[in-house]
Design a protein around this ligand. Structure first.
Ligand code: ZN
Length: 99
């Protein structure tokens, strides 16, 4: 798998959905090689009541965005591994921030 090419694909798919400048895709280095580290910026919820910390409405929106992004990336191949506990993990991290 060509990680650079994969990240380009990821960036393209997410840019279409969230806007080019709201999406950043990085690749993990060293032991984390192969990890795909995604940051998405979104807007705060209409029902926002943030006060120093994210309010529940914004947390819900960020969670929903993260799940939606994962859906959008379903056609793209990521590395999978099985951890010590026997559960299967995908080397994909999606972080969403709202402002
Ligand atoms: Zn809020």
């Amino acid at each position: 798998m060509d990680v650079k090419l994969r990240n380009k694909q990821v960036k393209k798919v997410l840019s279409n959905a969230y806007g080019h400048k709201n999406v950043s895709v990085r690749n993990g280095q060293g032991t984390a090689w192969g990890w795909c580290d995604i940051s998405i910026k979104t807007t705060k919820s209409d029902k926002c009541s943030c006060n120093g910390f994210y309010c529940q409405a914004c947390k819900d929106k960020m969670n929903a965005t993260s799940q939606e992004a994962e859906q959008l990336l379903q056609g793209i191949e990521f590395y999978n591994y099985t951890d010590d506990m026997g559960s299967r993990n995908t080397e994909l991290i999606i972080q969403v921030s709202a402002s």
